[in-house]
Design a protein around this ligand. Structure first.
Ligand code: HEC
Length: 114
């Protein structure tokens, strides 16, 4: 027999699964044109890890180089290897690299319009 509690639980689970973003998170920006000019890490879109990517990548080139393309995690991963192996980027600590990759995959992923 279905209890009221299990029905409510299922409904709540469905609601949580349907929610695109965790509670309190801002709607993700998916186009360069929508990143506010006065955002401190412009042109990068806001998101967790944006500061790591900003400071890790701005030493050598414009962040436009980063926002030009939206890539899958695998491609970003290869790009980071290429930055380190051939372009002279300092190898980031593994946990920082993970934060960078999470950010790049999530916020400048394949659906990004640069
Ligand atoms: C030590 C310098 C250096 C750092 C730091 C650096 N890059 Fe680069 N990056 C380069 C150079 C140089 C190029 C241009 C290479 C070329 O086109 O021959 C480049 C090019 C690129 C490109 C363009 C690739 C293409 O399609 O031609 C991307 C994307 C990129 N970098 C991403 C990043 C990201 C993301 C970071 C930070 C995590 C980063 N870079 C940090 C030196 C650096």
């Amino acid at each position: 027999m279905k209890t009221l509690a299990s029905t409510c639980g299922a409904a709540l689970a469905a609601l949580l699964l349907a929610a695109p973003l965790p509670a309190g998170a801002e709607e993700r920006i998916t186009r360069l044109a929508d990143v506010p000019e006065d955002f401190e890490f412009h042109p990068l879109p806001p998101g967790e890890g944006v500061d790591e990517v900003y400071y890790g990548c701005i030493a050598c080139h414009s962040l436009r180089t980063v926002t030009n393309g939206g890539y899958s995690r695998r491609v970003w991963d290869e790009l980071l290897d290429w930055m380190v192996e051939d372009q002279g980027m300092m190898e980031p600590e593994p946990e920082v690299r993970e934060i960078m990759l999470d950010y790049l995959e999530t916020y400048i992923g394949e659906d990004w319009e640069g």
